[in-house]
Design a protein around this ligand. Structure first.
Ligand code: CUK
Ligand code: CUA
Ligand code: CA
Length: 633
């Protein structure tokens, strides 16, 4: 366990930071939470722990040669990538470049990746929320969607090849933060929150008039990656979630005040969660009851207070995460500056939209007090919830039914356990926990601080993603996992969802490089067999194949100033024999895995002899897998 003195320091410094910045005192709650620590919970839960002390924590050890039982898809934060990990080993298996140029595979260099990234793509992205497509509340293994907070984009990753295949800009808003998928009947929509409020259109007018600032909730068609519709809201939008019936999406708002600085966002005792009525919105769009903004063709509806499309549920205070329980009954908004979470019952949202409930607050069926800084909640499928407490550096395990009973006046303790984490957790996530198949085996706590848990690495520390066994009555810490900045969220998926779907070589008909193959065809080139150099004015097309350990062209000649397109097709059908194609001093590298065609276009702006070589160690004679580009002055 952690040294109590150090934990105390961490808690106080986090509190001081918050209070100092905002000119607020949170001391009243602080005292209380000191009693609510792991030690403090002993009365009720200590007994339980002793009683069930025989339950040994499961091991994170996966013996050599054996496979992990779970896939984890980790957001890479401002690295812009998604990381594929195995669980329980927490071994990193692969990285999927999404918004980030990556020299490893030539992401941002190859023509195929530039078709995904778009022209003039920015230097990276800030991705927080990876979510897999679902069908009837079950993960379906098709796609993973992820947001880019830094450039207001949403990306789609194909699960069969684990590669990004679409990236879109979301119009009319600034910064996509919260992202979730429609669970039923299927995905369907990808729901995306616009976080920062700006004038609309944001064209240089109304700069100093915050009353004209606004943001919107967006629904993207996950099949076509078109923005289907947007709904204008009051306040800003933080995280979002969807129900299990396909009727609603719901987003938290921490800035109902419309504040422009930190104190400004903390004035109100309650902000809100806003519910979107999908059927009513679709109906209005169908009937043309929308406007468009500027050049954008996206239908925009007005969902501000008084609209029939939305419901504003008051939630204390600056709520952050919002998480639906896998039984399909509840959704929990996490209070952040309030020590509570608010349990909302979906069926009461039905009632409220039907006019049967007067007060939107009546949709809240419990508001358990858990500790300081509740941010996100996960579920085990056995009726328990696990909420991260950022300021307390803990996870609170609590029972949903007991919290509802307590809210109704019954004398029951809904708290099951509090465990210390190291330190300051953001999201936590359970195995299969965001689907009907929540299996309650593992929980990962994504801790923002690692402090003293790893060898020092300079002023910047890794995050610490801690693995807990939650299969028994009590949570048990199994492993610490250092990770590069700055994951926010993760999904943990049983391997059965993907293990037979993931391709081990590229299908020659794959759309990822179909445009390149079509170009070759127009040149009369069969990319599987031809080695050809074709000139069209100042444009030169160089076609070759790769088969360990040779490129089919040992050299090719161009003139200085030519626009050169090199197209390489890997005809090695052997699993795992990827080749690379790097031109020295030319900033070109691309990966060509079995069955793939890859291409890169550049200007031959330097005369001379430039060697190209293979960057993947593919063969005993890999060092010899090279050739020369001859650039005539
Ligand atoms: S957010 Cu980062 S800890 Cu972007 Cu889901 Cu809560
Ligand atoms: Cu091909 Cu190394
Ligand atoms: Ca607020």
């Amino acid at each position: 366990g952690a040294d109590p003195a150090r934990r105390h320091f961490m808690k106080n410094s986090a509190l001081a930071g918050l209070a100092g910045a905002a000119g607020l005192a949170l001391a009243g709650c602080g005292r209380k939470s000191d009693l609510g620590g792991a030690e403090g919970a002993a009365g009720h839960d200590g007994e339980r722990q002793r009683e069930h002390g025989k339950h040994e924590a499961a091991s994170d050890h996966v013996p050599p040669g054996q496979l992990d039982e779970y896939y984890g898809f980790w957001s890479g934060g401002q690295s812009g990538e998604v990381r594929v990990m195995g669980l329980p080993s927490m071994r990193e298996l692969m990285r999927i470049p999404v918004f980030n140029p990556d020299f490893t595979i030539g992401w941002g260099i190859t023509n195929e990746s530039k078709r995904v990234l778009g022209a003039n793509f920015p230097p990276g992205g800030d991705c927080h929320h990876p979510h897999m497509s679902q069908t009837d509340g079950h993960y379906d293994g098709r796609y993973i969607f992820i947001n880019d907070k830094a450039h207001t984009r949403v990306a789609r990753i194909r699960c069969d090849v684990m590669r990004t295949d679409r990236i879109i800009d979301v119009p009319n808003v600034q910064s996509i933060h919260g992202l979730r998928v429609q669970r039923a009947p299927r995905t369907g929509y990808v729901f995306a929150n616009g976080e920062f409020m700006v004038p609309a259109p944001n064209d240089g007018h109304d700069l100093e008039d915050p009353k004209k600032y606004q943001t919107m909730f967006s629904a993207i068609d996950g099949d076509t990656m078109d923005v289907a519709w947007q709904v204008l809201v009051d306040g800003n939008l933080d995280n979002t979630e969807a129900d299990y019936a396909g009727k609603y999406a719901i987003s938290t708002c921490y800035n109902s005040e419309g504040g422009l600085d930190l104190p400004g966002t903390m004035q109100a005792e309650r902000d809100w969660a806003v519910v979107f009525n999908i059927a009513r919105i679709e109906e209005a769009v169908k009937n043309g009851k929308f406007k468009t903004i500027g050049d954008s063709k996206v239908p925009v509806l007005d969902g501000r207070h008084g609209s029939s499309f939305t419901l504003y549920i008051p939630i204390p205070k600056n709520p952050h995460g919002i998480n639906a329980s896998p039984d399909g009954k509840y959704v929990v908004a996490n209070g952040k500056l309030s020590p509570t979470v608010s349990v909302i019952e979906w069926s009461r949202i039905d009632d409220c939209f039907a006019g049967k409930l007067k007060d939107p607050r009546d949709t809240v069926v419990a508001e358990p007090e858990l500790g300081l800084g509740p941010l996100h909640t996960a579920y085990d499928g056995r009726g328990n919830a696990y909420t991260t407490l950022f300021i307390d550096s803990q996870i609170a395990k609590w029972n949903i039914a007991d919290a509802i009973a307590a809210h109704g006046g019954k004398k029951v303790n809904y708290l099951r356990q509090k465990v210390d984490v190291a330190y300051q957790p953001g999201h936590c996530h359970t195995s299969m926990g965001e689907s009907r198949d929540a299996d309650g085996k593992w929980l990962v706590s994504l801790n923002k601080f690692s402090k003293d848990r790893f060898l020092p690495t300079g002023p910047m520390h890794p995050d610490n993603d801690q693995l807990f066994d939650i299969s028994g009555e009590t949570m048990k810490l199994v492993a610490d996992g250092p990770v590069y900045a700055e994951p926010h969220d993760v999904i943990l998926l049983h391997r059965r969802l993907l293990i037979d779907k993931v391709k081990k070589s590229w299908d020659r008909e794959d759309p990822f490089f179909a445009e390149t193959v079509a170009m070759a065809k127009k040149h009369g080139v069969n990319v599987l067999s031809d080695s050809k150099v074709i000139r069209e004015g100042r444009k030169v097309f160089v076609y070759m194949t790769s088969a360990a350990p040779i490129f089919s062209l040992g050299s090719f000649k161009v003139k200085k100033g030519d626009e050169v397109t090199v197209v390489v097709t890997n005809i090695d059908a052997v699993e795992d024999v990827s080749h690379g194609f790097c031109i020295v001093n030319y900033g070109i590298n691309m990966e060509i895995s079995p069955g793939a065609t890859a291409s890169a276009t550049f200007t031959a702006d330097k005369a001379g002899v430039f060697w190209y070589y293979c960057t993947f160690f593919c063969h005993a004679m890999h060092m010899e897998m090279s050739g020369r580009m001859l650039v005539e002055a």
